[in-house]
Ligand binder design. Structure first.
Ligand code: NAD
Length: 306
């Protein structure tokens, strides 16, 4: 009995120690405006919280998908030098602007610096600007942690911010708090965003709490599990059950969960029906109980191995 009391006492004091950290982390996290569909970044720029991802899209697919997404009301576009479709993305943007239903200022474009460019960061920024056909890029992120020279690459992005070529800068694929801190401690501008594999089976809770201390927001890649894995998530009984209750698809429930959980989401697709489906998630809301059920799905299990 005495032993049990001691164990309870130990757990209670441990919780008292951890709680303030968790509460601080959560309150420091950039707050999403779910009505406007935006978040204010620590860089002072407003970013849409839902958009389109362009991984594995050809130049032509990227052009069309970006154009359709903008037509459907999406304002956030995610590409990367290594996807080989920045020109297509730029063409899709220009088509939309030329048709007059969106302005450059309303669109938020993200691209990524690939690891083999890290030693020539200044040139990499200029090359992405050229390929996209833009005067400035809203957000550029380092594609992967690479301790050998990622600080050097990040400093090139800092110079580009000062030169007005980039508005916000951030990181991708930093999975350990220590690795994130290593870069932050060696550089000046705090990352606005971290883009990591994040979905219901890998909810990134530890990294989210960690980066929240810096006012850095989490963005989910593989928000639907990624090509080849989506059916696993779509057929999860909790997710499909919630979808049935709301008369929505599993994809829509997962994306809505991302936004309510504080993750920016960039689902990838070249299918116009899916693109429209993915942006149509502002007319329903998951209840607290549904959010709790979704939280319980976390297995800390990634689909990708990079
Ligand atoms: P995802 O989780 O968005 O899934 C894409 C798959 O889901 C595709 O097969 C697509 O056809 C399908 N899909 C999309 N909408 C659907 C719908 N409504 N119904 C049924 N199927 C649907 O995976 P992703 O595209 O690889 O990731 C999203 C984006 O994240 C990428 O496009 C890319 O921009 C970015 N990304 C970044 C990294 C990184 O290392 N930083 C890695 C991978 C992806």
């Amino acid at each position: 009995m005495k032993k049990l009391f001691l164990v309870i006492l130990m757990i209670a004091s441990l919780l008292l120690m951890i709680l303030p950290v968790l509460v601080t982390a959560e309150s420091d996290a950039p707050q999403f405006d779910l009505d406007k569909g935006t978040v204010m970044l620590n860089s002072g720029y407003e970013m849409p919280i839902l958009g389109i991802g362009c991984y594995l899209l050809s130049q032509e697919q990227a052009e069309n998908s970006v154009y359709w997404a903008l037509k459907d009301g999406a304002r956030l576009i995610d590409t990367a030098r290594i996807y080989g479709n920045e020109e297509g993305v730029g063409r899709g943007i220009r088509r939309a602007i030329d048709e007059g239903f969106v302005t450059r200022e309303e669109i938020f474009v993200t691209t990524k610096m690939w690891t083999s460019d890290f030693s020539n960061g200044d040139e990499a920024v200029d090359a992405s600007l050229r390929r996209l056909g833009l005067d400035y890029i809203d957000l550029m992120i380092l594609h992967h942690s690479q301790p050998r020279n990622d600080v050097q690459a990040y400093q090139a992005m800092e110079r580009a911010v000062k030169a007005g070529k980039l508005r916000s800068i951030g990181l991708s694929n930093y999975y350990e708090p220590e690795d994130f801190d290593r870069l932050v401690n060696a550089t000046e501008i705090v990352p606005a965003l971290l883009q990591n594999e994040t979905h219901p089976y890998h909810q990134s809770s530890e990294m989210k709490a960690h980066i929240a201390q810096y006012g850095t927001v989490m963005e989910s890649w593989f928000p639907l599990g990624g090509r080849g894995n989506t059916q696993v998530l779509f057929n999860d009984p909790v997710i499909s059950g919630i979808a049935a209750v709301h008369g929505k698809t599993s994809a829509q429930v997962i994306l809505r969960w991302h936004l309510q959980a504080g993750n920016i989401a960039i689902p990838g697709s070249s299918n116009p029906d899916h693109i429209l489906e993915n942006v149509s998630i502002f007319d329903f809301e998951l209840t607290e109980e549904e959010m709790r059920q979704m939280t319980l799905l976390d297995r800390n299990e990634r689909f990708a191995d990079y």
